[in-house]
Design a protein around this ligand. Sequence first.
Ligand SMILES: Nc1ncnc2c1ncn2[C@@H]1O[C@H](COP(=O)(O)OP(=O)(O)OP(=O)(O)O)[C@@H](O)[C@H]1O
Length: 246
Amino acid sequence: METVIHTDRLTKRFGSFIAANELTFDVAKGEIFGFLGANGAGKTTAMRMLCGLLAPSSGKATIAGFDVYTQTERIKNSIGYMSQKFSLYDDLTVAENIRFYAGIYGMSGPAIRAKTTQLLEELQLQKEAKTLVRELPLGWKQKLSFSVSIVHEPEIVFLDEPTGGVDPVTRRQFWDLIYAASDKGVTVFVTTHYMDEAEYCNRVSIMVDGVIAALDSPVRLKGQFGSGSMEDVFYELARKAKRKGD
Ligand SMILES: Nc1ncnc2c1ncn2[C@@H]1O[C@H](COP(=O)(O)OP(=O)(O)OP(=O)(O)O)[C@@H](O)[C@H]1O
């Protein structure tokens, strides 16, 4: 098993407050790793450290083999990132957005053209190539945003609540893209508040008050907590939280 995310007692303090406390876990290549926690649990802080955007206070972490203290530029080139706030440009067309991001990631002209055609086909958005992104339904924007976040074929993609505001059927369609990426060996690190999404992950970590309180496959977590659903597992842990979200 090839490890692409490795953390060892990774910690972030803000003054005397410990936002993320001694996080230790490994994520394997191609794995879909769910990162859950109530508001304020420390997910965003942890994810920002893993993306090389926030210097840890102590502990170790490597992302695609690169050190989060000293090799942040290498990390940024090895990852894709999609947040709930879309990075797509509303006043550019679908095709223009793909070309724009492929250009930012330094792809050549022919590679950009080939990738644009391929993505439009995979997303079945050929007819919408010239449609402004602002005209697209939310679910389509999310799919396009995901595809654009991995346009440069990174080893790992970080998804921060990628499917906010859409129904479970639309979320399921989004997850077809995640599975396709994972099948190609892309490692997916995803935060979510939706328990249907937690069920789709290979493994799920649940943070409570800055600490990883549980980490295993959904099936094993349900067994461990004697629960019928991830919803029950999550609430069993989250109700113990002392922190309140912002
Ligand atoms: N720059 C900062 N300075 C001080 N405290 C911070 C800072 N950033 C985050 N925190 C605190 O750290 C805790 C964890 O925040 P974080 O945003 O990581 O949580 P989260 O699990 O991502 O929650 P949410 O789902 O609401 O985004 C919160 O109590 C927050 O107030």
